[in-house]
Write a new protein. Structure first.
Length: 492
């Protein structure tokens, strides 16, 4: 990635501040509970949801296994249809490609479809440095952009804002970016939506360059797919003369038949709809219809490194539905900004440290931003075992070990601050492989239980500061079993 948000602390520190903001917690609680309840009802309508979920998982795993050949097929199909394909190894290269393409048109402004890939690489900031202004056209992204804010949710980037805050942002900032908000604007949803519509319409009609991502790429035809609910995507994809799409290489699916599965999984898991109101598809260019020039930028930016990890690669199945965020007790209380990445919540806790590495303090802390309750795995429409990957990444942070970074296999050093944890795990490993020592330790612990503190000393305070230490039983299980059952089942 292009890096963490400037000045962001590690997750525990950022989350500590967030949980003391009652307004933020109220906004998050209301929004996440509403979305997840609607999703549960939408999913319950399908008797074959489990089979669809398994199909989505298998399609993704197959595609990732043969990703090289499917990407070549995408390039061939897009080129044959009149488009141009560019390959970007990292954020810097992708930003340079897009900026050069925009400058070649002679334009100084672009309209954008909501795209996490362009947020990941910091495209808006890179274009601004080149004198090009990018206008977000998704309603929530518009709110975030006008407010000088950062996205805090995959599906609803402005989920941390309430209607009153949005009204105030529109009133004070719209005029600086184009058409000002109407006089007397209130916080009713219809008025806010109309203000955004009027503000954006002039940009749609004026812009000559559009920039998008894609939810899926169909390898057999080179077709790109964007699903959305507002219609702004349709405007950005059809009205400009030049369309530039920045897409992560993991978004490819082999065939149209495979796409059918995901067009059932995604809307129910994200917006709790049976199908998306707008599903836009385009294949290259066509004379007299849509953009005259189409450019596809295929983005790696850490994805092939992630693919090399046999456990962690399942994160690349993600279809960005955000279902895991809406059920996560940690996200609900901490909010998206605490994750220091465009990818918040459970999926961000496993995706960001793999795309960026665990070298920074915040990336080393993200695998711990979870209670490991497993709710995220239960709702994931492509069955990503997020708890498994979290534990895998925690081991990497604490123990170090081999990993692939920028295509090279490297040996990672253990992160700082985990010496006590490593020592405790080594002691536990030794004790569990020496039954006599374990038995003696259990008996000693039981007999001295009245002397045990209520909180742990030293580094242990970080654990016991928010948890009650379990009470030690009067006798070890081994002794209890021998005393109560040993005579009867001693031979067993």
């Amino acid at each position: 990635m292009s890096g963490t948000y400037l000045g962001m602390p590690a997750f525990p520190e950022a989350a500590r501040a967030a949980v003391h903001d009652p307004g933020l917690r109220g906004n998050l609680r209301h929004a996440t509970h509403t979305i997840r309840d609607k999703r549960a009802r939408a999913v319950a309508e399908l008797d074959d949801w489990a089979q669809l979920r398994e199909a989505g998982k298998r399609i993704k795993d197959h595609t990732l296994r043969y990703l090289d050949r499917y990407l070549v097929r995408v390039e061939e199909a897009v080129t044959a249809a009149g488009g141009t394909v560019h390959w970007a190894a990292d954020a810097e290269e992708a930003n340079r490609i897009v900026a050069d393409l925009v400058k070649a048109t002679g334009e100084s402004e672009v309209v954008k479809v909501k795209s996490m890939a362009t947020q990941e690489i910091g495209l808006n900031e890179a274009l601004e440095a080149e004198g090009i202004r990018a206008y977000e056209t998704d309603l929530a992204e518009l709110i975030v952009q006008l407010g000088g804010d950062r996205p805090s949710h995959i599906l609803v980037p402005a989920i941390h804002r309430n209607r009153g805050e949005i009204r105030d942002i529109f009133r004070s900032e719209m005029g600086e970016w184009g058409r000002p908000a109407p006089e007397g604007l209130t916080d009713t949803p219809a008025e806010l939506a109309e203000a955004a519509r009027l503000h954006l319409r002039e940009k749609f009609l004026r812009a000559k360059v559009g920039i998008s991502g894609a939810n899926f790429m169909v390898a057999e035809t080179g077709t790109l797919v964007v699903v959305e609910s507002e219609g702004n995507g349709r405007m950005c994809l059809t009205l400009p003369e030049t369309l530039i799409s920045v897409v992560g290489i993991e978004k490819v699916v082999p065939t149209w038949r495979d796409l059918e599965v995901f067009l059932q999984l995604l809307p129910r898991s994200s917006t709790a709809e049976r199908m998306n109101p707008y599903t836009s598809m385009w294949t290259g260019t066509t004379d007299g219809d849509g953009p005259r020039a189409f450019h596809l930028v295929l983005l790696d930016n850490g994805r092939t490194d992630t693919l090399a990890d046999e456990v962690g690669r399942q994160a690349l199945r993600c279809i960005r539905c955000s279902a895991c965020l809406n059920v996560c007790p940690v996200y609900e209380r901490a909010g998206g900004h605490a994750y220091g990445s465009v990818y918040p919540g459970p999926i961000g806790a496993i995706l960001s440290p793999q795309l960026r590495g665990t070298g920074s303090e915040i990336d080393a802390s993200l695998p711990y931003a979870s209670s490991l309750c497993g709710a995220c795995y239960e709702v994931c429409p492509v069955a990503i075992d997020i708890p498994e990957v979290l534990v895998h990444l925690r081991e990497r942070v604490v123990q170090g070990g081999t990993a692939v970074r920028q295509g090279n296999r490297v040996v990672l050093k253990p992160a700082r601050g985990h010496a006590a944890e490593r020592a405790a795990m080594r002691a536990a490993q030794w004790a569990f492989t020496h039954p006599g020592a374990l038995r003696a330790g259990q008996r000693l612990t039981s007999r001295t239980r009245r002397l045990h503190p209520r909180t742990l000393p030293g580094p242990g305070r970080a654990w016991s500061g928010s948890r009650d230490l379990p009470e030690v039983p009067a006798e070890p299980f081994r002794d209890w079993w021998q005393r109560t059952r040993g005579g009867k089942d001693g031979a067993k």
